[in-house]
Design a protein around this ligand. Structure first.
Ligand code: HEC
Ligand code: HEC
Length: 335
């Protein structure tokens, strides 16, 4: 709950005690409207909050890690874009993350609402865990035990679903898996379906996250993924090479240094959905530079590119042989 909501509630209950009934109803109605309406997320205005974040980015007063600084920097840029497009509440929410990541006080001391603090803490914890997981050596056997849960949706081979509702994970760079998992855990990716499976109760802490990412890394890529309609592939190729290759690679192989996902052989419909979500600001963890690059891009151009991408194949040594089945799931090993 935000500070604003708390103040409204407190006012309403004080009014309850001292005012006649009709006035009480009016106060309750106002409170209800205020609760439903978008509220200020930060206890200061956006420009003021931005100034504080930028100062902390330069001076790093709490000595947080480079990973936390980078995460905050991305989020900060995204927040500025949202603010410029007048989506103030979302901009504030995006910027709020930085206060936790940089471990600086977000508000004038007394006004911080408790619930907000918890969410912020969960996010900061996810950042920390991601960073730890990135540094750990995975235990593949433990990773398999965890992956059994994931396989109900992502499939034993990690190939997801052709209809694009579940992505292919096989072959994805480990650090991308870790980042996405922890972003989902932090609530930064719009789609809630994965959220319960990304939480610490479902997977465990940093070591378990490293383990499951390590296991996924052993899966080979299916090139029988869902493809687009196959029209406009030449246009798609040109647009892709001009706009996307510098981060996602000439053949869609991704770039672990930039946390840019491998997108070759990914299901076309999944790519289209993600592309739209990223472009329209629904995926809060998106790379701000990528958002800027695609924000004015037409859906038809996007589709042509992604159709082309869905047909790009990984090098042969990463491809699963035809008809491959994950031997770890061969007979019913679960009990
Ligand atoms: C109930 C079904 C379900 C289960 C179980 C599930 N996932 Fe997912 N997963 C999804 C869906 C749906 C998405 C796509 C989310 C989106 O569109 O943002 C996804 C996305 C992901 C992504 C992001 C992929 C990318 O390309 O960005 C990762 C990583 C991931 N899942 C890992 C896991 C792991 C690890 C587990 C097991 C601990 C797991 N998932 C369990 C449904 C599931
Ligand atoms: C500046 C580097 C950069 C550029 C340029 C860029 N991307 Fe991305 N892209 C990324 C990063 C980083 C991510 C992962 C974002 C995140 O953390 O959620 C991403 C994510 C994606 C995803 C989601 C993949 C998944 O597995 O969920 C798709 C699809 C995508 N990009 C397509 C494109 C296309 C098409 C273009 C060209 C029009 C493009 N990108 C240009 C860096 C970039």
């Amino acid at each position: 709950m935000t500070a604003m909501k708390l103040i409204v509630l407190r006012k309403a209950s004080r009014a309850d005690r001292s005012k006649p009934r009709r006035r009480r109803i009016a106060v309750a109605a106002v409170a209800a409207v205020l609760l439903a309406a978008p509220n200020a997320v930060l206890a200061m205005d956006f420009p003021e909050a931005l100034k504080r974040v930028d100062h902390a980015l330069r001076t790093n007063p709490s000595h947080v890690s480079q990973f936390a600084l980078d995460s905050c920097f991305n989020r900060r840029n995204f927040a500025v874009k949202l603010y410029e497009s007048r989506q103030v509440e979302r901009a504030e929410r995006s910027l709020e993350f930085c206060f936790d990541a940089l471990e600086i006080p977000a508000v004038a001391p007394k006004a911080k609402a408790e619930a907000g603090l918890d969410i912020g803490k969960a996010k900061a914890k996810a950042v920390q865990e991601a960073e730890q997981a990135l540094a750990l050596t995975p235990n593949i056997k433990d990773g398999l035990a965890i992956y059994r849960e994931c396989a109900s949706c992502h499939k034993p081979e990690g190939w997801g679903l052709e209809n694009g509702s579940v992505p292919q994970l096989a072959g994805q760079h480990s650090n991308v898996i870790i980042k996405q998992l922890m972003d989902i855990r932090a609530g930064s990716r719009g789609n809630p379906m994965m959220e319960p499976y990304s939480c610490a109760e479902a997977i465990g802490g940093a070591q378990s996250v490293a383990d499951v990412a390590g296991y996924i890394d052993t899966l080979e890529i299916s090139t029988a993924n869902g493809k687009g309609p196959g029209i406009n592939l030449e246009l798609g190729e040109r647009l892709y090479q001009e706009n996307c290759a510098r981060c996602h690679g000439a053949r869609g192989e991704g770039d672990p240094l930039k946390y840019a996902p491998r997108i070759q052989s990914q299901h076309y419909k999944y790519l289209v959905n993600q592309f739209r979500w990223i472009r329209d600001g629904k995926r809060h963890n998106a790379d701000p530079e990528m958002v800027a690059q695609i924000k004015d891009m037409k859906t038809t151009d996007g589709k042509a590119m992604l159709d082309y991408v869905s047909r790009l194949e990984p090098p042969e040594e990463l491809q699963a042989p035809e008809g491959w089945k994950n031997p770890d799931f061969a007979e019913s090993k679960s009990n």
